[in-house]
Design a protein around this ligand. Structure first.
Ligand code: CTP
Length: 403
């Protein structure tokens, strides 16, 4: 498995086992992960920051403040950028500090700021490992949701033989791979997403379109992809590029979008229609550019096919079907009407009355209504965060189907 695009923060505390992390960093880099090493002062006595910065291809952070460059090593940024944080080796002292929320070095500050899962690989002498205080601290860490990579049995640095030595680099690496596999709850699922506007041709140079940027749909497609789904993105004209690995099908008109979506819908476990599809299209498209003549000019329009409603009639029970509604008035009532009419599992409502929501913004404020008319409201967030909220609901729905 490749760890491309995965950013792993490794915190090393002061144990002789720190040398094993050099091998682990190599394994991670070989799997294409990016690695940021943080060390406690004590850890630098066991392995040099130079070794680890060379292997990780990143500067190693020890203090809050870099004496040479004068740069501030922002612990919040380090923690936020991590897809996974590993503390290895974790000494009895570091484990106790994590358990109690003590923050007396950069590693502890990063731990307390963690947004991602934290793996902890203890290393200590056998008597320390079985001491009740260490046991209690380990239980506390587990209760916080941290994952403990158990120490192995064998010869210890003290010469004693028993449990307490740091798990081997290959073993820790296997835990990391496992985490990313499990962190992909949609692995094996197929998803179909529509995004962007449609352009309805009037003549060879003109069209009827709308201001949809496609940002929300692309954020959803990218998130579904991150969660392991095989994603087909049917996109109207936008300037955006999806994540590598997403199958994008570029379309222009509502009719082309209908064709593409119809083709992929039956195999899709999850379908999210976020495109702003034109409701009307010119009855006839002129072959030649229309010349200006009369003072008044009328274009005759006909209804397009409602793609979402069409898919709704074909939906089978294992599928999750999500639609969007952009409303200016009677929002809830209109959205619930669409949810029922189009046979959706849930509908994402954007109200034009909310500041920062809707077209072209990088943020969105949504309300989600499910089949039982249960209403969930969310704060104004970046579209990436909104995509995470929507995908959480999709995962829950798939799980509720027993899939
Ligand atoms: N939609 C679609 N095909 C269309 C029109 C809309 O798939 N021809 C989908 C959109 O992608 C969105 C949902 O239907 O997920 C709601 O679209 P919206 O335009 O708000 O609703 P309409 O059903 O067109 O109703 P109205 O124009 O009355 O608001």
């Amino acid at each position: 498995m490749s760890l491309r695009d995965k950013h792993i923060v490794i915190g090393i505390s002061g144990s002789i086992a720190a040398y094993k992390i050099a091998t682990l960093v190599r394994l991670l880099r070989k799997a294409d992960a990016s690695v940021q090493v943080i060390m406690t002062q004590e850890a630098t006595q066991f392995i040099t920051p130079l070794t680890l910065s060379t292997l990780s291809n990143n500067p190693v952070f020890v203090d809050y403040y870099d004496q040479k460059t004068g740069e501030w090593n922002n612990h919040v940024h380090v923690a936020e950028s991590a897809d996974l944080i590993l503390i290895a080796p974790a000494t009895a002292n570091t484990i106790a500090k994590c358990a109690q929320g003590i923050c007396d070095n950069l590693l502890q500050a990063v731990y307390l700021s963690a947004k991602s899962r934290v793996l902890i690989a203890p290393a200590m002498d056998l008597d320390m490992w079985i001491h009740p205080s260490v046991n209690n601290n380990i239980e506390l860490l587990k209760s916080y949701g941290n994952v403990i990579i158990p120490p192995g049995k064998g010869e210890l640095a003290s010469g004693l033989v028993g449990e307490g030595r740091l798990a081997e680099p290959e073993e820790i690496f296997a835990y990391i791979l496992d985490f990313f596999e499990k962190g992909m709850p949609l692995k094996g699922k197929k998803a179909l997403v529509s995004a962007g506007p449609t352009y309805e041709a009037i003549d060879p140079v003109r069209f009827i379109g709308n201001h949809s940027s496609g940002k929300m749909g692309y954020a959803i497609a990218n998130r579904l992809h991150e969660l392991g789904a095989e994603v087909t993105l049917v996109s109207g004209p936008t300037v955006l590029s999806p994540a590598v690995g997403i199958n994008r099908i570029a379309v222009q008109s509502a009719a082309e979008m209908l064709d593409a979506c119809s083709k992929f819908f039956d195999q899709a476990d999850i379908t999210v229609m976020s495109a702003a599809v034109a409701d009307y299209t010119p009855t006839e498209v002129a072959d030649q550019k229309i010349k200006k003549k009369a003072e008044d000019f009328t274009i005759s329009l006909k209804k397009t096919t409602d793609i979402l409603a069409t898919l709704g009639t074909r939906k089978h029970e294992n599928q999750t079907l999500v639609g969007f509604a952009l409303e200016t008035n009677n929002e809830l009532e209109n959205a619930i009407g669409k949810l029922r009419r189009k046979n959706l599992d849930f509908i994402v409502l954007n109200s034009m009355q909310d500041k920062g929501a809707g077209f072209a913004h990088d943020t969105n404020k949504i309300t989600v209504i499910d089949k039982n008319a249960e209403i969930l409201t969310f704060d104004l967030k970046s579209k990436t965060e909104v995509a995470k909220d929507i995908c959480r609901l999709i995962i829950k729905h798939q799980e509720s189907l027993g899939l």
